[in-house]
Write a protein of this length. Structure first.
Length: 415
């Protein structure tokens, strides 16, 4: 089947065509579908064009993911390690201490996320090194706009999630148990080696929910740091404080998806809670972790001006005016196919409200070519980073400041 591509190389696949999406292995947490190449096709294209390995706008596969019909049984032993965040109870039960759900799990049972299992009173992660998606992505795709713009991130995921967002773009891995998804054994040292091979200064843990594969994330971050590779995480932030400090303490940057600013939305649309996510953001601020926030604006559900204003004021009071906030366009998917794409004027209204509340870096996402994807100096308003799609250019920031008026521009701008 042939598909038309837009200017950014995105494939126009109908949202309901699940079989075709799976065939193309579409993995884009921002809602723009990207075409994946197998390893052989990618290498042939890269070498033919004289490009360096890994430098490709089409989010290529880096590993030959196994063809798998679902009938074969994968060897689970290589993916199984004892979980780090749990409490042992009587009668071989455990209480999970990873996320706010605090699942109480009996012997031979699993928690809500489906990737952690109690075996005789010991809790195990079933997804260590169990990579079901691996790509080279521009770091702007995460999106991280103030962290090494213009560079690439070796991006990976395992199956599973600790919430169930009705708009999830990657539900076919996030809402599955690990044995239901084909995976590649990719231990931490191999992750680091692949990142280096494809000239990626960072490893990104993304696509599904890194909270649930924290043990793997921590070990991969350690291996990456030993090889001079940094780590970033794209997360819902729905995590207990101790686990967050331990696991995300190893991250060099964090992007949090703040789904909405009301508990009712979290309850009905996310199957989670707002307060623990806000607490995570405050904790990350205290840890001095570079953090950016994405707010997916869903028509009729979280697009109220009062909510936009409350969000902006909370960020200003609790995190400061320099934390980048991305208002991102919604595309119908999964269980919310009945809603339209977010109108651009709604996103512009949200930005205008946040700007008026004093936030310095408010972006509009999923609208290629919109001027609100660029970075401007809050002092003199000169454009300092220009972006088209996922490509960053004209990065003018020098010594973490504006070259025109010398206003400090927070972020990590150079490797």
């Amino acid at each position: 089947m042939l598909h038309k591509l837009d200017a950014q190389g995105n494939v126009n696949v109908p949202a309901g065509d699940v079989a075709e999406r799976k065939r193309l292995d579409i993995r884009d947490e921002r809602g723009l579908f990207s075409r994946a190449l197998d390893r052989r096709s990618f290498l042939r294209r890269a070498l033919a064009s004289g490009a360096a390995l890994g430098v490709c706008e089409l989010s290529p596969h880096l590993v030959a993911m196994p063809s798998w019909s679902g009938s074969e049984k994968q060897d689970d032993t290589q993916f199984t390690v004892e979980a780090k965040f749990y409490q042992k109870l009587q009668n071989q039960k455990i209480k999970c201490k990873l996320c706010p759900r605090e699942c109480t799990v009996g012997d031979r049972e699993r928690g809500y996320c489906g990737v952690r299992e109690n075996r005789g009173g010991t809790y195990y992660s079933l997804v260590h090194s169990r990579v079901c998606a691996a790509h080279v992505d521009p770091v702007e795709k995460k999106p991280l706009f103030h962290y090494l713009p213009g560079t690439l991130a070796f991006s990976l995921a395992t199956a599973g999630c600790n919430v169930n967002c009705k708009f999830c773009q990657n539900w076919d891995i996030s809402q599955m148990r690990p044995e239901e998804v084909p995976a590649e054994y990719m231990p931490p040292q191999r992750v680091a080696a692949l990142a280096k091979q494809y000239q990626c200064p960072t490893i990104a843990y993304t696509y599904s929910e890194p909270v649930i594969f924290s043990e793997f994330l921590m070990d991969a971050a350690d291996a990456g740091h030993e090889a001079g590779i940094r780590s970033v995480v794209v997360s819902n932030g729905y995590m207990q404080e101790d686990a967050l400090k331990t696991a995300y303490g190893k991250m060099d940057a964090v992007k949090i998806d703040l789904k909405a600013f009301t508990e009712s939305y979290y309850s009905k649309v996310v199957t989670g809670q707002l307060k623990p996510v806000l607490d995570s953001l405050v904790t990350l601020r205290k840890m001095d972790k570079w953090t950016e926030i994405v707010y997916l604006v869903v028509p009729t559900l979280n697009d109220d001006d009062v909510e936009f204003r409350g969000l902006a004021r909370w960020i200003k009071t609790n995190l400061g005016v320099d934390v980048p906030l991305h208002f991102t366009q919604f595309h119908p998917e999964y269980l919310l196919k009945n809603l339209p794409i977010t109108p651009v004027p709604t996103l512009e209204r949200a930005k205008a409200i946040a700007d008026a509340e004093g936030l310095h870096y408010v972006y509009i996402g999923n609208v290629p070519g919109h001027p609100a994807q660029n970075t401007y100096c809050p002092g003199c308003r000169q454009m300092l980073v220009e972006r088209v799609g996922f490509t960053a250019s004209n990065i003018l920031i020098r010594k973490d400041s504006c070259p025109f008026c010398h206003h400090p521009i927070p972020g990590v701008w150079h490797t």
